[in-house]
Design a protein around this ligand. Sequence first.
Ligand SMILES: Nc1ncnc2c1ncn2[C@@H]1O[C@H](COP(=O)(O)OP(=O)(O)OP(=O)(O)O)[C@@H](O)[C@H]1O
Length: 736
Amino acid sequence: RYFTELELTMFLSRGRGAINPDRKGIFDISDSSNIKHTQIGIWDLYEEIVPELSRLPFYSLLSSRFDVEPFLELSRNAPFVWRMLTDILTEVEGCWWLLGMYVFLSLVSSLIPAMTLWYESQLLKVVQTAVDERKVDTSLLIHVCVGKFSCSIISTIVEHLRSITWRPLSFRVRQFYSHKKLQCLARLDVPTFSDPSLQRQMQNAFGMSVGGDLAMNTVMRTVHLITLGTQLASQLGVLLSVLRNQTDGPLLASISFGNSILQYWQMGQSGIRSEVYAATTRNDDYLRMEGINQAINSDQHRKEIVAGNMGKYMHTEYARCSATLGEAAIGFFPSVYFLGRRDQLTISPFVSQIWGELPQVVFALRAVQQPSSVPLSLAPLSLITSTTSSFSNQLLGLFQQGGSIASQWADVRRFYEILAVENRVKDGALPFPENQKEMELSGVELEFRNVSFKYPGAASYALRNASFRILRGQLCVIVGTNGSGKSTILKLVMRLYDVDEGQIFVDGRDIRTLKLEDLRKATAVLFQDYTLFPLSIKQNIALGDPSTAHSPNLDDVIEAAKLGGAHDFISKLPEGYDTYLDRPVKDVYSGLPEGTKALFGREIKYNGVRDMIQSGRGGAEALGLSGGQLQRIALSRTFMRSLIESQSAIGLLLFDEPSASLDPAAEHDLFERLRNLRGQKTMIFSSHRFGNLTKYADLILYMNDSSILEEGSHSDLLEKNGEYAKIWSLQAQAFL
Ligand SMILES: Nc1ncnc2c1ncn2[C@@H]1O[C@H](COP(=O)(O)OP(=O)(O)OP(=O)(O)O)[C@@H](O)[C@H]1O
């Protein structure tokens, strides 16, 4: 229970020494020798204890416990980055030269700082000679000035060209990877997709954005790392050439360099130290505050809040909790930021400040000690300190980039792993049905043999030792109490999940041997927990038959809607079949509220935009459709594939509570239509209402507590005078 409450936040891209978040080992918060507990406001933070020195760059190389993990991690991820690069180069049109150009320009721009530095050193030389000898080397001065100006001009041109190349490159890569991501997700089955570990992996790899951002960021950061390396090498060259001619140069350079390291160390002082940490809060007031906050902000609860008069209470309660908590009423990261800092003054900023002054002091001391060896001007001192600090900044930049690139590369690996993830429900090899004509005319035969099934992660069975047989063309009704396993049977027939024990046979063949696509093509289903897509009503219905959904025949859609009892109300909507059930793209308006005259007396009206959108395709949201009306749209989608004469390539119809939101007259009509239209196709209904259908059923399965208790026809079961008969008479009495 404790762990499920934990907001487990692994190291994402916080820089420095990335550690593989899915590395083996246990993060056990009760292990106090490895995990440190800190209370920050209302939050309990559990951090893996890391050695203090590990915040130094390349600590792992220097320490006695040589830690190869970050390097292994990089080498493990490198092939995936390589694959991404080859994918971009080979599959994205025109990316060869765009990427080549981008890398080339980046390299050129990385050499410019060193060239500038070199010209600066030359300039200082000119100044020093002028001071020493009272004469100016004009040709060198002109040479240096031209060089410096050229550097600035080249740098501006290169930056411009880089941004010109970057735009199309980034656009194409983004588009390519968003397709790839969608394609990958579209193929995942139910248990694989809802697996929490895959969900977490997707969160890391996709984040809030599409894969394109990941790919483009990786390319950019990797190129940046390479150019940083070049920049560093070229600056080192300049630095060495400057140091070579200066007495005390190495001493001054190492003092400046030491200061940069100290600053880097200070940067890591505040906040969370370890890359593996978890934080949780069990503060009742805070939990309640957040609950109220979420309820007030989402439109899902508005009805209840208004009707139940809860607004005022929620507001006062929120204020009370907030007052009780005071400053601590904030989320985890702000808590770390505001409350986690140690307020006492530490020694290191003083040290760093004083250290910053050291080069000048050393220089002065040396001048006093050995006046003859020191030049008259301070030019070399300033050159050495500026060159060294620029160099050490680049070097520290490299350390930081090196750390965050590792986590970026890890995201690339996760991305490709998700692309390759295998569905849990394995495809079969046998085509289905063996005889299409026969199936269309007389349906399929279905048999469950000792089937038991648990939902992934669930503790108890949703279906236990179920055995039954439905012959071709039969109508089967599954009745039973809530949660008894009715919908589960239908989900297993669709092979959304695989059984844990026992077998299911379709036309005498094990369901696992059949091609999944064929099986699903031969079946039409309406789930109890159906969903409608944020697309137009026409597309929602047309998707019942994906093979024609890209340009559906409107007559077929209307016919399906008539069968589903939806046509009448759809045609009354202003946009008819083009009405969007939920607009997937929100319109954009400026921040000023409509009707306001705040803008220098001008009235704000957005009607123009709205009319424009509504007169176009896919207009207003179909807000205000009732539950029953939405169910009819879902029914029409099922009919789209199943009962239209021209497209009746199916042999099995599954309906899970198809009439739950329908009024009695509509329910009666629906059942009549279904019975007439199904012909000889096999049909299974799940329902907890008795009567309308059970009378006509060839087979009734009465379920309770995940098991089939009784089976037979209506008259068989009445004769048996068991549970079914009891409930039947209860319901019948209610109507008498
Ligand atoms: N996705 C799921 N994950 C875990 N458990 C589930 C899931 N779906 C259903 N269950 C559980 O499996 C059992 C059977 O559920 P099922 O939906 O088959 O019942 P049902 O008979 O159709 O109920 P109802 O009449 O309320 O629709 C229930 O105990 C339910 O809580």
